[in-house]
Design a protein around this ligand. Sequence first.
Ligand code: NAD
Ligand code: UGA
Length: 469
Amino acid sequence: MKIVCIGAGYVGGPTMAMIAYKCPDIQVVVVDINAARIAAWNSDELPIYEPGLDDVVKAARDRNLFFSTDTHKHVAEGDIIFVSVNTPTKTRGVGAGKAADLTYWEGAARMIASVSTSSKIVVEKSTVPVKTAEAIEKVLRRNCADPNVHFEILSNPEFLAEGTAIEDLEKPDRVLIGGKETESGQQAIQVLKSVYEHWIPAERILCANLWSAELSKLTANAMLAQRISSINSISALCEATGADVQQVARCIGTDSRIGPKFLNASVGFGGSCFQKDILNLVYICETVGLKQVAEYWHSVVHINDYQKQRFVERMIEAMFNTISGKKIAVLGFAFKKDTGDTRETPAIDVCKGLMADNARINIYDPKVTEAQIHNDLSLDKFMWDHPSASGTKSPRQNSVTCFKDAYSACQDAHGLCVLTEWDEFKTLDYERIYASMTKPAFVFDGRNILDHTRLRSLGFVVYALGKPL
Ligand code: NAD
Ligand code: UGA
């Protein structure tokens, strides 16, 4: 059996590496139009940072795992074609700012149809709007010259989270496979199931119809994001009343119906998918006339924007209502720890908010490059996932300096804020940092990872999220 995956990104690369690692009897080829990305997958410097990924790739690469730009050749030879291309939010035209841009997906489907001379199972790995399979099937059928070639479409959404991708792929809560309720649809489900059964217990592989599988992915992300917005909304109330959001989270999380996970109040959720997938859900609801349902889900994004804005306003207010010309150290720029990914990171909005008030910003992140930070701060909303978007430096960015360690970033700063929960920030020498800062020295902990009592005893003025002063 030959598996081919179109798209060597955060999902395509790690998922295919895991399949190849666990299934030595299957040849797996990951193809991409981005030659630099493929070259990186074939080198010692993988294009993404993910704990444990290096070992998995090294064990399988050039054995039964290959990365190539020869898209047509491999797709033509494949039995199962995964499509794991980006599906960003549309930036222009009908549905701009909400609907999913399926340009890359449709391009991939047209290419599959044009090179296929044998029947194939085409797997939606990307997150797509419900009913996408119907459109894709039409594109495949009508663009393939050989009428004997049959395409069976499956939905196999990915639930991995960045930073824990390898763990999530090795021991997933579940794998979801959606297919048509026809004989050939059910057969295709069994073929894909047999791949996952190499390492995942059969009872963890859920089968559903196509539309349920597609919608489950959007719903899972929407509910996860909703949980964060819920606790973040309560963090605002905690600050106003003297309650402590971490205590509230612990008290409610012990109710088994609520559960303890995903209740960390933060400066806001980020990442390439939560916002994009909720907006996509909102758009779908609007197009089928479900205005109230659309508004309900949209409020999850509104609260997230409010949380980021609130964080900036609290900083400005704390620092005597002016941060003009003041140096502020930003610790952490990635959207979460253990990744170098900055897509939709709350740090972008916080930094832009501080820059709008004329602050000078010193940024340090252990995994994000200086070029990436400058690029992110120059792009408009939703432009991050569009390859044509170019990072032109705006004049405001002259107020941004990047550093290679936290101590230099904090030197002479009036305040420091923690925007990513990197473990190394917990064990910094805060006595040294305090001594090097301008007084009064402010700390704004956007992730609640620091020891606030100790920091106060050192002399810092500490603002923790959702906690009394
Ligand atoms: P990505 O941008 O990292 O990777 C997509 C890749 O597809 C890019 O390298 C791009 O060059 C390539 N590509 C686009 N069109 C192509 C074509 N026609 N032929 C060959 N290559 C092509 O995106 P990602 O983060 O891997 O996400 C992919 C999909 O998976 C999205 O729909 C996303 O919503 C979903 N998803 C992402 C995550 C995550 O953690 N990042 C998790 C679950 C699901
Ligand atoms: C999320 C989902 O967890 C995955 O299941 C899904 O596959 C993926 O989106 C996707 O479709 O892309 P990811 O965005 O990689 O994964 O990371 P999460 O751990 O979900 O964190 C998302 C954001 O929420 C981060 O900014 C994180 O810091 C924030 N977060 C998370 C909180 O603020 N509080 C929490 O309690 C948890």
